[in-house]
Design a binder for this molecule. Structure first.
Ligand code: XMP
Length: 319
């Protein structure tokens, strides 16, 4: 793609001009945007860049491993991997309110990242994978009070606190352009094409109190669901698909015994920007087969339901 090749060259020049011989630190979230920003910056300034990956323990199955393998082994980019899952789980103990979960995770994320940046030592710049829609969304139209439906923790907060200059090479791009740039930079297709994933991760896909046990069940159910979608060739037709673990146990039968286990909700939507969305019309055979696989393969689940709500009135996430 020649536009992206030209963009790449130009962006690299701009990064070099901005940063000079300074040191840059970049937070990886596991998502596409921060990964593309990091690879681009590394191409521009090499090991003047250090990446910090704060693993809050609420990522999808094998996600942390994928990121670490990609950066350390495939690209050879210096990467600090902080496993902070116990800290986050501890801070979330007993918390059930969705906005409270976001606030706690957002604040702790900044604390952990900031502490780690100090360990790395003396970075002059903070790199972020901010996209054009993020730039627009954080500007209010009238200057009056805006209504927060859900607070997103991955924009803002960090730069003020850390008092660093920002490097944001993706500020002019839309999501599909970032994906094209990612491919141009040699990021694997499965990584670049992944569905968007919220900053607070599985915490907001686990209504009610979060426990390590529930997160494990959710991660496993989600992995089976996504595997089904990939095998059916539907992954790229869907904007976002994920499992939700409901804080409800229901009765079932298995063999000649009674079971009393959790319910998993399945969500899949089409959308162009996440602002509105339609539920994806899977056929019943697919849903039935997926439910059977989840119940057979994931311990702790004995019932599966499919969410047929569009946005509005529903939101894409359940919290
Ligand atoms: P909703 O649920 O509001 O989601 O319809 C719209 C899009 O935003 C994502 N989302 C979040 N992303 N932090 C994020 O980084 C958040 O707290 C958050 N909440 C929702 C959601 O996954 C969807 O793509």
């Amino acid at each position: 793609d020649w536009t992206m090749r030209a963009f790449r060259e130009e962006a690299i020049e701009k990064i070099r001009a901005q940063v000079g011989s300074g040191k840059v630190i970049c937070g990886l979230s596991g998502g596409v945007d921060s990964a593309v920003a990091a690879v681009l910056i590394h191409e521009a300034i090499g090991d003047q860049l250090t990446c910090v990956f704060v693993d809050h323990g609420m990522l999808r199955k094998d996600e942390a491993k994928t990121v670490v393998d990609l950066f350390r082994h495939h690209y050879n980019i210096p990467l600090v991997h902080v496993d902070a899952s116990e800290t986050f789980l501890g801070a979330l103990k007993g918390v059930t309110d969705p906005e409270q979960k976001r606030k706690i995770i957002g604040k702790l994320f900044i604390d952990v990242f900031d502490a780690e940046a100090k360990v790395v030592g003396g970075a002059d710049y903070l790199a972020q994978g901010t996209l054009y829609p993020d730039v627009i969304e954080s500007v209010s139209f009238t200057g009056g009070p805006s209504v927060t439906i859900k607070s997103h923790h991955n924009v803002g907060g960090l730069p003020e606190r850390m008092n660093m200059k920002l490097v944001e090479p993706l500020r002019e791009l839309f999501k599909d352009e970032v994906r094209a740039l990612g491919r141009e930079l040699g990021l694997p297709d499965v990584f670049v094409g992944r569905h968007p994933f919220p900053g607070p991760g599985l915490a907001i896909r686990c209504p009610g109190e979060i426990t390590a046990e529930k997160l494990d069940i959710l991660r496993n159910a989600d992995a089976v669901y996504i595997d089904q979608i990939r095998k059916a060739g539907l992954y790229d037709k869907i904007w976002q698909a994920f499992a939700v673990l409901l804080p409800v146990k229901t009765v079932g039968v298995m063999g000649d015994g009674r079971t009393y286990e959790y319910v998993v909700g399945l969500r899949a939507v089409t959308s162009t920007d996440g602002m509105t969305a339609d539920f994806y019309p899977f056929d019943m055979a697919f849903l039935g087969a997926t439910a059977t696989r989840i119940i057979n393969e994931v311990k702790g689940v004995n019932r599966v339901v499919y969410d047929v709500t569009s946005k509005p009135p529903g939101t894409i996430e359940w919290e």
